[in-house]
Design a protein. Sequence first.
Length: 263
Amino acid sequence: MFATRWISLTLLTLGYGLAIAYGHFSLPVVVTFALLIMAGICVTQFKQRAVIGFGHCLFIALALALASHWLPGFFSERVIAAQRLTPQSAPFSMYLNLDKPLIGFWILLACPWALRNVAIGQVVKITALTLPGTAFVCLSTAMALGLIGWDPTWPAKSSLWLANNLLLVTLTEELLFRAYIQGGLQRLFKPLRYGRTLALGCAALLFGLAHFGSGWQWVVLAGLAGIGYGLAFRFGGLPAAVITHFGVNLVHFSFFTYPMFDR
């Protein structure tokens, strides 16, 4: 757990440093930071279940607001502005978000139970199965739905996309949906015979629903991806889940229409 936690913190800090180099904050972020600290204190410094529960509820509300970019004071830089990566693709914009990564920091600092150390050999073995399997299922389904096609490319700002997607997007999402939600539900459902499977399914469903704003097709695809990432997390821990998630995104970005066909 110690190694996984500090490696994750280091990577997330590197990504956040990149975002800060481009963006900036204003005074209202003080309220957000104060509420996150309050939630962390409730979860880590009290033994009463009601206080701990309040802390988690407060964090979940803040996580939803941070992920949706609803909270004021965060000025994230748009580093790719409505650019067509290929002639057939829809315009793509990318921000180096300053708000969403705070979700990952909170989980790493307040929820040590969410992480476990896994042998490198186990991570490699599981990732070798989940990455190609998840990529095949998700990308073939996306092609069948008419969302993407074979369209290899490597745009000028690909290195920036790589850093952002790995350090800020993928790591944060896996910390939230797999380490926190799936891991937390595994603890909650431990007495149940199929508790770990139920936890995986619930986390995958929530991951799918998080993409509702992009249309039902993306809910289906994200749900399928969530199953793959959930299996990676269950058997290979957070490193396997992050590598699988990032690998699927990288294959999509490099070899297929990104983010999707223009309609």
